[in-house]
Write a protein that binds this ligand. Structure first.
Ligand SMILES: C[S@@+](CC[C@H](N)C(=O)[O-])C[C@H]1O[C@@H](n2cnc3c(N)ncnc32)[C@H](O)[C@@H]1O
Length: 130
């Protein structure tokens, strides 16, 4: 699940990487999603969800990864949103995260101690659900 997918700059490569799975692309920006819909027309494993990442509703423990890049600062009540995403991640699922406005160091406490940073690659932090 990608939160704040916008026009799909990351969504399309993610769908290629996850070719055996499905990418849920979430954003509240309708025009951006309309553009993404056109770009992703022939790609079957992208599901576009026009909804706040704070309210996204998928089955518990159903996701391998949540990707949230430069978006968390826009999400209301970021701690509550992150805890919701933790509940959607399977055990040892991952959050790939970057946001200059909310440093990665704050994520473990915002997640209620459920996410542990294991790596940082080109400014993107990798958190694992414990
Ligand atoms: C700075 S852009 C980042 C786009 C993309 N993740 C990237 O890194 O290129 C932030 C995106 O978050 C979206 N956004 C803002 N509030 C949101 C929310 N509550 N839930 C989901 N997406 C949101 C905006 O519409 C915008 O597309």
């Amino acid at each position: 699940m990608e939160i704040g997918c916008a026009i799909g700059y990351h969504t399309l490569p993610l769908a290629r990487i996850a070719s055996d799975g499905r990418v849920y692309a979430v954003d509240i920006w309708e025009e951006g999603l309309t553009f993404l819909r056109r770009r992703a027309k022939s790609i079957e494993n992208i599901e576009i969800i026009c909804q706040s990442g704070a309210a996204v509703d998928l089955p518990p423990s159903s996701l391998d990864k949540v990707v949230c890049l430069d978006t968390l600062h826009d999400v209301p009540e970021p701690g509550s949103a992150i805890r919701r995403w933790v509940g959607l991640l399977r055990e040892e699922g991952m959050l790939l995260y970057r946001d200059p406005a909310i440093p990665a160091e704050r994520i473990p406490s915002l997640s209620g101690g459920k996410l542990r940073e294991t790596d940082r690659i080109k400014g993107v932090s990798v958190f694992v659900r414990e």
